[in-house]
Design a protein around this ligand. Sequence first.
Ligand code: UTP
Length: 418
Amino acid sequence: MDSDYLTKAKDILKKYHQEHLLYFYDELSDDEKNKLLNQILSIDFEQIFRLYDNSMTNNFALTQELSPLEHFEKSSFSKSEIDRYVSIGENVLKQNLFAVVTMAGGQGSRLGYHGPKGTYLLNLKPVKKSLFQIMCEDILRANKKYSITIPWFIMTSDENDMATKEFFEVNNYFGYPRDSVTFFKQGKLPIINVDRNLMLQEPYLIREASNGNGNVFLSMSKNGILDEMKKLGIKWISFGGIDNVLLKNVDPLLLGLAIDKNEQIASKSIFKKEPLEKTAVYCKKDGKPAILDYCDIDLELSEKKDENGKFLYREANMLSHLMSIDAVDKVSKIELPYHRAYKKNSFVNDEGVKQVPDKPNSFKFENFIFDAFLYFDNMILLRVNADEEFAPIKDFTGIYNPDTAKEKYLKFWKSAEV
Ligand code: UTP
């Protein structure tokens, strides 16, 4: 590596007081030295420290005008309404105008599982199924039903891209036509510890991580995914996470509803049972669809009802969204805001020893997908039954653990087969 590069890297680190990142430099192999210097030169230190400093000084009090976002309830539709919407949606599916995006670029830090979260095996005795297989089976069912092949796009991150692709190879793409599966990588940002320092993941590697599922739009544009979809004639795209084992990626009801009501965005919600549960809900901010963080919800607001006795702020986000290609095109040109998340990240200490924290020790900056909805006047919100569509895996100890997900998954499929 050119000594110029080393000088440049040292200057940058000095400017931002990050000289510790070269602490082990002299002990590294030539390859490792190159890797580390390249990484230092590619990081936007100005941006990451600006994000960090702003997140520390921001006053998070809600300044926008709050109003409820109207929602539909699947359970209140009549059979003829359901049939009508489903038939509109199915028509779009049968014309091959629909694609699925699975957002699988997250760190899965709460689960703490080694490897991409999608490779986690759910023990459905006697079989074990990975989250990727479960997602794949869901899309394959729709393919079979409508005699189509839905193009499936999977967002990965620098951290898990290779392992994800290998997993698909080893498992023969779970029977999905491989020409119809496309992986694309999302963006990343360095992690910052509580002392406002970047951290070493290895002596030759600065810890960076995926920058949130809201980066999906920009990444689709940057990686040519949006162009590919346009070439394929795709008109509607479903977006979901990898960790909900009851996610319905292909739902003609939601699709038909959005088309019938002439909206470009539609999402599903589940009813928030406990008023003070730590769950964000849908709302409108300054008249635009948005999400209201649980920190901004008190008992009075959570219990508020309309004149028909319907709760106004109890529709919880379940990361199941549908957008028209035009809507995705529009938001792919917009820089969404970053939110700060406090997470567990292992690091190499000054003695060169790897430290694995047992509680959060560092900040990650993330775009959230729902911030894109603020750029539209309205959207469809459809409340579905959590027992039928929501069984995420987040960690081993909380309510969204593998055992609860397994139980819901087995119960749902048992009743579906009867
Ligand atoms: P979560 O917000 O639950 O995060 O992601 P996570 O990364 O899976 O887990 P923790 O918070 O570190 O424990 C919800 C969905 O969004 C995806 C995840 O892969 C998951 O499917 N996601 C999250 C991304 O695709 N990219 C990201 O940068 C973050």
